[in-house]
Design a protein around this ligand. Structure first.
Ligand code: SAM
Length: 221
């Protein structure tokens, strides 16, 4: 019974990877990570059927697990610029993006502002033997004690690039961050070159807001 359902999940995961390929995600290492990480583990048991659809779904507290395509797009932007090293994720949510980064061999740190989500992700990482450092707090301020980071991935929509995060990038480190208004944000990659920051912009996405001292004000949502 268990074996059968595992096989079904594996087949569905492979189908999800085929969908990602059709959408233009071609990096073999990134695709391998999506084949490896079991997205259904990051869902409540009763919602696990949805796990291999290319959709964003509620995870409680008004937050979502991002669409696989979005996770793959951001991961590719990071991986093609910075293929190894220490990466900070802002917005742990379900923990799925952090697990994908872990599968790629990064040393992963992740911050979540909502205590219940942080706790749930921490338990999940420990249950599945994932060596991911997580903490609860305002990720717009970064993780000073662990900086600098080779990569930073922000998985919530920012009104502008947080200065604290930019300054926690290592030399030639990259930050992948959606920047824009509350309805739509442009995927942006910031690369540190000494005291200057190079900016590349990509397509539009829609994320839940990055709420914090260097993000949106909590009162306006
Ligand atoms: N990366 C997540 C995943 O794989 O499930 C999806 C994240 S969800 C789209 C965005 C998350 O960012 C939410 O869980 C939200 O609570 C969190 N968030 C928003 N502002 C934050 C902040 N200042 N610091 C840390 N987490 C924040």
């Amino acid at each position: 019974m268990m074996k059968g359902s595992q096989n079904v999940q594996e087949v569905r995961r492979r189908e999800m990877v085929e969908t990602l390929k059709q959408y233009g995600i071609v990096n073999p290492r990134v695709l391998d990570a999506f084949r490896e990480v079991q997205r259904h583990l990051f869902f409540d048991v009763d919602a696990a059927d949805l796990a291999y659809n290319d959709g964003a779904y509620p995870i409680g507290f008004g937050q979502t697990i991002s669409q696989p395509y979005t996770v793959a797009f951001m991961t590719t932007l990071l991986f093609e610029r910075v293929p190894s090293g220490k990466v900070l994720e802002i917005g742990t949510g379900s923990g799925y993006q952090a697990a994908i980064l872990d599968a790629l061999g990064y040393s992963v740190y992740t911050i979540e502002r909502i205590f219940e989500l942080y706790k749930r992700a921490e338990k999940l990482f420990s249950r599945h033997g994932l060596n991911i450092a997580c903490r609860c707090g305002d990720g717009t301020l970064g993780w000073v004690d662990e900086a600098p980071f080779d990569g930073i991935v922000v998985t919530a929509g920012a009104p502008e690039e947080p200065e604290s995060l930019k300054h926690q990038l290592a030399e030639h480190g990259c930050m992948v961050i959606p920047v824009g208004d509350a309805d739509s944000q442009q995927m942006t990659v910031i690369t540190r070159c000494g005291d200057t920051f190079r900016r590349e912009v990509f397509q539009q996405f829609t994320f839940v807001p990055l709420v914090g001292r260097e993000g949106w004000n909590d009162n306006i949502f």
